[in-house]
Design a protein around this ligand. Sequence first.
Ligand SMILES: Nc1ncnc2c1ncn2[C@@H]1O[C@H](COP(=O)(O)OP(=O)(O)OP(=O)(O)O)[C@@H](O)[C@H]1O
Length: 210
Amino acid sequence: MMSNIIEIKNLVFGYEEDRVLNNISLEVKPGEIVLIEGENGAGKTTFLKCMTGLLNNGKSIYINNKEVYKNRYLLKQNSFVMSEDFLYDYMTTNENIVFFQKIFKEDSVFIDQVNQYLKDFEIEKYKDTLIKNLSQGTRSKVNLAIMLSKKHKLLILDEPFTALDVNTQEKLISLSKKYVLSKEKAIVMVTHIKEFKKIATRVVEIKKEG
Ligand SMILES: Nc1ncnc2c1ncn2[C@@H]1O[C@H](COP(=O)(O)OP(=O)(O)OP(=O)(O)O)[C@@H](O)[C@H]1O
């Protein structure tokens, strides 16, 4: 029996009084690419943020049969690319990489891997540039290089392509296919890009409340 990478059990969440997510459950297995669909405002981003622990403190989210709430170290196996990144504007690309290595408690393999992605994405020349001076697309690539290099079992993607060129989109798609084939990692994503939707192994719809 393959164990789940993550389980969401009866998740209920609302920002104020109104519920956005009402009793959502989902189990994700290694090798799956789950596409989350739903109309605008249905709660797709909210759902992904609950999965990452950015909202709701990890309540109702289970990794290794333990609730992330009170066991936040479990989040270590998640990596996520959301519409906003967490890069520091007044540090260079390189300084951000070293900073995130510390935050994620990664070893030197992490640095080598990020540098390889910088090469693959053809943005090596921006290593000593302040993040605030990068174009949106280059910035997204730096973030992606960092997040893909973090050790993870689950990659959470919320419209990661908005600022990415077709070349980088293709690289991310072929990387994702490897996740499916190796059956070691999984992806949960929200995207409107057709090419990326095609590689989903499952579609889950979130319905708007009320
Ligand atoms: N920070 C917030 N504070 C209060 N309400 C919020 C906040 N973020 C989102 N909402 C509300 O929660 C609901 C779900 O929003 P969410 O962004 O999760 O939907 P979505 O399905 O991702 O939408 P879209 O397809 O438009 O990106 C919406 O009614 C939205 O107005």
